[in-house]
Design a protein around this ligand. Structure first.
Ligand code: ZN
Length: 265
């Protein structure tokens, strides 16, 4: 695996401006209006910046799926940097049945392991390393069919569960998974729910994860380039069939991976 490259002129087109819960604001601000201190943002939402030219800096704000507000504004020294109204986004419901009761309500023996893995993944998705890749434009990691979209309200055996925080791509077991963007593997191991899983740090608050792999093709600490084979589609962990569960986090917030794709799904 070769070294990561960081270029000096930055493209800030991605993530695509998508003003709804689960999406991202990507708003150009005149550089003259960018001050040293942090802007005040509605609900203390986290943000990152991308200096796109001598004239503009993009303010990038991931919007949590459970965000309830109708607009997001950013203020600096009492002046509005922007005031952005959100659009409505419909997320459907999904009800599935899993017969292995241990995977739905795991026995006490598994609780310490599950807790430890929860902390591990929480830490991984919140990693912030300052260096930013030239462009955040991703390729789709697997050629397959979208079997569950981002944000779906899920019920497993009629119990309400967390919203679907990634995209499921159905493909035959063993189908190649490639890195959608360059980065560093920060986790490559087996989880109770996620099965064989990989987390990649792309820098500047952008992290992605890949779950239920049949096989992992990289090791923790490896640097990957866009297009490198990182693993293979499988059905390890809590699944009903072979698929890739793909998640993208920005500043620790799960957002719709589609906003990083130049070609819509
Ligand atoms: Zn999934």
């Amino acid at each position: 695996m070769s070294k990561m490259h960081f270029l000096s002129s930055i493209q800030c087109d991605f993530p695509l401006h998508s003003p709804y819960p689960g999406g991202v604001l990507n708003i150009p601000i005149n550089n003259n209006n960018i001050k040293k201190e942090s802007p005040l943002i509605t609900g203390n939402l986290k943000f990152t910046k991308c200096r796109s030219s001598n004239k503009y800096t993009k303010i990038i704000i991931p919007i949590p799926l459970d965000f309830k507000g109708k607009k997001i504004s950013a203020k600096q020294e009492e002046a509005f940097l922007f005031n952005e109204y959100l659009t409505e986004k419909f997320y459907r419901e999904s009800r599935i049945t899993i017969s292995d009761e241990n995977l739905v309500n795991p026995g006490d023996d598994f609780i310490p392991r599950i807790k430890e893995e929860y902390q591990l993944s929480l830490k991984a998705k919140q990693i912030y390393t300052p260096k930013r890749l030239n462009a955040w434009e991703m390729n789709i990691p697997v050629v397959g069919q979208i079997s569950s979209e981002f944000g779906v309200r899920r019920f497993i055996n009629d119990q309400p569960k967390n919203r679907h925080s990634g995209i499921d791509i159905y493909a035959k077991e063993g189908t190649v998974i490639t890195a959608p963007l360059a980065g560093e593997a920060i986790i490559a191991s087996n989880f109770f729910y996620k099965g064989n899983a990989i987390y990649i740090n792309h820098g500047a608050g952008l992290v992605s994860s890949y779950s239920h792999l049949s096989e992992i093709n990289i090791a923790k600490g490896d640097l990957v380039e866009q297009g490198d084979v990182i693993g293979f589609v499988g059905q390890t962990g809590r699944v009903t069939g072979p698929h890739l569960h793909w998640e993208v986090y920005l500043m620790g917030i799960s957002i719709n991976p589609e906003v990083f794709l130049s070609k819509p799904l």
